[in-house]
Design a protein around this ligand. Structure first.
Ligand code: FAD
Length: 403
């Protein structure tokens, strides 16, 4: 779980029998436990936390962490495969599980021994849940623009501000909260932001409104309000003032997971459309016999396979400790846009049943809109790719930072 040497021409993707065996385990859980609830979760816009805890019980919340921290000691590719299979059943459920990693991953990479001992094992087993709180009403992509502040008095910090669109915010026990501890430095706006661990129920900390979004319904992000919430120095994760580095490295890893969500949605749309095309007849012929349908299915298969290969490529680079930033952004754009395209084509193939809310194809399209947006919008990914290309040339353009 690191990005060290700058390699951009290594295209090896190695999916081992162990990876495929793990896929089977996750698929069985997804088919038996998650899929039967997926439609209800979407319709009622409500997901019971027990589904995430059950995922934790079979190890899905601790895949890349060492066994000493309650993890499976597996690699980033294993995690990507797990997220793909979960998303095929329910993207909302996969998103809630992924959001837990937005706390456990930075804790693993930057937390001290005490913090890891206290939280990481329990997060990895699903005994407690985490929420990652960066976005604010006035700052999403531009993380340096956050206004939440942590004022230091003696050895204590007092956090005040407001966060929005926080996944798991109303379910979490522990929160990774980013706040400004000193003003931005000239030319280095990202300095002066610090990451804090905060527990549910701290005085002055309130869960605010649920925010209604078009897709991933049931995962419902919320608003968090901090009114002078007191924390000690032991709550600081990593170095004071270097929280943006922690956040951006976390999003680099998380982006592979979002790409995997795209692969899962793109594959789910393909499977749904294919199944429908051999069941539905028009003019005495199955839909699959029409070239217009065959072409759509072929394009959908191409999009799903391309997305999977790019996502596994990024995950393989990350697993091997190589630079995966550009690969992860390329995978995220391709896979999330393939999800949108495949969901749309599935709806077209399925006619009125495609737009009916009973069959689930429209849910895939709604879910695809959200994954294009979070953990760095796709346009922010394009900026990241351009920045990486410029770095390869030895020049550095000014570019936005992604959340
Ligand atoms: C369902 C959901 C769950 C979420 N969960 C979390 C969470 O758990 N924790 C968390 O902290 N956040 C979370 N978010 C927030 C998410 O990460 C942000 O919405 C995302 O980073 C985009 O920020 P924004 O919405 O403020 O858009 P903005 O930053 O305001 O961007 C608006 C538009 O401008 C474009 N844009 C912005 N800057 C540039 C630029 N420099 N160049 C070109 N185009 C640009 C963007 O691409 C976008 O199209 C969640 C969001 C959603 C919808």
């Amino acid at each position: 779980m690191s990005s060290t040497s700058p390699v951009s021409t290594d295209y090896s993707v190695s999916v081992s029998p162990e990876h495929e065996a793990y896929r089977k385990v996750v698929k069985e859980f997804a088919d038996k436990v998650v899929a039967p609830q997926a439609s209800r979760i979407d319709k009622e816009n409500q997901m019971d936390v027990s589904i995430i805890r059950k995922a934790g019980e079979i190890g899905l919340l601790g895949i890349p962490f060492p066994e000493e921290f309650g993890g499976a000691g597996a690699d980033d590719l294993t995690l990507a495969i797990a997220i793909e299979e979960l998303t095929k059943a329910s993207a909302a459920c996969a998103a809630a599980i992924s959001a837990n990693y937005l706390v456990s991953t930075p804790l693993y990479l930057y937390g001290n021994d005490l913090q890891k001992k206290k939280y990481l094992g329990r997060l990895a087993k699903g005994e407690i849940l985490g929420a990652h709180a960066m976005t604010e009403p006035g700052a999403g992509s531009d993380v340096a623009g956050i206004k939440t502040r942590a004022e230091k008095k003696g050895e204590r910090y007092y956090i005040s501000g407001r966060k929005v669109f926080i996944t798991n915010g109303d379910k979490a026990d522990v929160f990774l909260v980013f706040a400004r501890t000193s003003p931005p430095e000239p030319g280095r706006r990202h300095r002066g932001i610090t990451a804090f661990l905060l527990e549910k129920g701290a005085p002055g900390f309130k869960i605010g409104e649920r925010l209604q979004v078009i897709g991933l319904r049931g995962e419902h992000p919320v608003e968090l309000i901090f009114d002078g919430v007191e924390v000690g120095e032991e709550s600081v994760v990593g170095e004071v003032g270097r929280g943006v580095r922690i956040a951006l490295n976390t999003y680099d890893h998380g982006r592979i997971g979002v790409a995997a969500q795209g692969v899962g949605l793109a594959q789910a749309a393909l499977e749904q459309a294919l199944k429908y095309s051999v069941q539905r007849q028009t003019f005495d012929n199955y839909l699959l016999s029409y070239q217009q349908v065959q072409f759509k299915l072929a394009e959908m298969a191409a999009a799903a396979h391309t997305s999977r290969l790019l996502t596994y490529w990024a995950a393989t680079l990350a697993s091997r400790g190589l630079d995966f930033v550009k690969a992860a952004s390329i995978a995220k754009i391709t896979a999330t846009e393939s999800a949108e395209k495949n969901a749309h084509m599935a709806m077209l193939i399925m006619g009125a049943y495609g737009v009916s809310t009973e069959m689930g194809a429209e849910r895939l399209l709604r879910d695809s809109q959200v994954i294009k947006t979070y953990e760095g919008t796709n346009d922010i990914q394009r900026l990241t790719i351009a920045k990486e290309l410029a770095k390869e040339l030895g020049v550095l353009p000014s570019a936005g930072q992604a959340n």
